[in-house]
Design a protein around this ligand. Structure first.
Ligand SMILES: Nc1ncnc2c1ncn2[C@@H]1O[C@H](COP(=O)(O)OP(=O)(O)OP(=O)(O)O)[C@@H](O)[C@H]1O
Ligand SMILES: [Mg+2]
Length: 373
């Protein structure tokens, strides 16, 4: 239809049509400013499918939920903005999920920014001037904001005001700009990196912890329904047991098991299918993957169970030290399979047991020591 209309335009008509179109584009650009980020924002598609949309749909973190529910309810009754909230905790536990559910529960609009992209105060200005009354500004990875941006945020959080400096040198002028009252929600995996003044400006600080087996099983069962796949409850439990107490890991494992079930079985996730699928990915009953086990095996075989320096272990594994520290160690340390001592990393009896080795494997170490005696 559109094509026919265009074809019907005469040359003169076409020029007029183009001019009108250009004018419209120009006015569109200059007159109305698009909200910076509208919902749905930068979440990945599959993420959006499984991410709860309201706090009520979230599983676990009951104490955090109870406190937030009271705060949201009270703010609604007072018709005032909710106080600023900071979420911290390890990756994949629901910080972003809470931050996106809260504005929906409040029925207000929200914008999302990432600390990593806020390099200077000017990057933050459009977000702050765009806030609606009582709306939510969510800054993910807030610890990655430079000090200058943090300081710029202080008056915005405390008095809903920003101080702008115009011009330079003797001509410089400062203007104070009033903002609409809003709620700042920050999320971080490294709250220790935030400056104390920024941390103190959050009325609520909520720490998210790992999920229990029951909670994770519930998440897996609910998400299987969302993915339209049938799952046995033992299979849901099996997947959860191997998911390191983390919903994001559980979701990823579930997606893989679903693929496996659809490709290698009849599409139903039975206990057998779940076990086979996870074994194929090298994920063992404790949730360790190949790399985690290689870390333990290296420590046992080459270093007699430790103590050994992290760099020595990383070099032997042919891995960057940072990768070992950031990706492998958090879980083996948390699972009490390895301990960090001043002399280096040491395996615990549980780790020997898990690898099916007796502690006499450390005989190698004794043997090595004897060589030098
Ligand atoms: N309480 C919960 N109930 C159900 N699903 C959850 C819950 N918490 C997290 N999830 C699921 O886990 C996924 C990861 O959560 P989220 O993105 O909120 O983690 P995060 O703490 O922001 O992680 P990161 O620090 O890496 O940004 C979500 O997509 C969601 O599907
Ligand atoms: Mg997040």
């Amino acid at each position: 239809m559109i094509n026919t209309c265009k074809a019907a335009l005469t040359d003169r008509g076409r020029t007029r049509h183009n001019r009108r179109r250009q004018r419209r584009l120009y006015t569109d650009k200059t007159m109305t400013r698009e909200p910076i980020l509208k919902e749905p924002f930068e979440l990945k598609d599959e993420d959006r499918d499984l991410r709860p949309r309201h706090m009520q749909e979230m599983v676990g973190q009951r104490e955090v939920y109870a406190r937030l529910e009271i705060a949201v309810d009270a703010a609604g009754k007072r018709d005032e903005p909710l106080g600023h909230i900071l979420f911290d905790g390890p990756p994949g536990l629901g910080k972003t999920t809470f931050a996106t559910c809260i504005p929906r529960d409040l029925g207000v609009s929200f914008q999302v920014a990432s600390g990593a992209t806020l390099a200077a105060p000017k990057d933050l200005i459009p977000y702050l001037t765009n806030v609606d009354e009582r709306s939510v500004l969510f800054i993910d990875e807030i610890h990655r904001m430079p000090k200058g941006v943090e300081e710029f945020l202080y008056p915005a959080m405390e008095d809903f005001r920003i101080d702008l400096t115009l011009g330079e040198g003797v001509n410089a002028r400062t203007i104070n700009m009033q903002l609409k009252p809003f709620t700042l929600i920050g999320a971080t995996t490294r709250s220790g990196l935030l400056s104390a003044p920024l941390r103190d400006r959050f009325q609520m600080r909520e720490h998210l912890d790992f999920y229990t087996l029951e909670e994770l099983s519930e998440i897996v069962r609910r998400n299987a329904v969302k993915l339209r796949v049938e799952i046995e409850s033992e299979a849901a439990r099996e997947i959860s047991g191997r998911s390191r107490g983390t919903p994001r890991v559980a979701n990823n494992r579930l997606r893989w098991v679903r693929d496996y079930a659809q490709s290698k079985a009849d599409g139903r996730i039975t206990l057998r299918v779940a076990r086979d699928a996870l074994a194929m990915q090298g994920i063992d009953p404790l949730g360790l993957d190949r790399q985690d086990r290689k870390d333990l095996e290296t420590l046992a075989r080459v270093f007699g169970g430790g103590p050994a320096g992290v760099e020595a272990i990383a070099h032997t594994m042919n891995l960057a030290t940072d990768t070992l520290i950031d990706e492998v160690e958090p879980y083996v340390l948390r699972s009490e399979l390895v301990v960090r001592t001043p002399r280096g990393r040491t395996m615990t009896p549980a780790a020997f047991e898990h690898l099916g080795l007796s502690e006499s494997a450390s005989a190698t170490k004794e043997g090595q020591q004897k060589l030098f005696e």
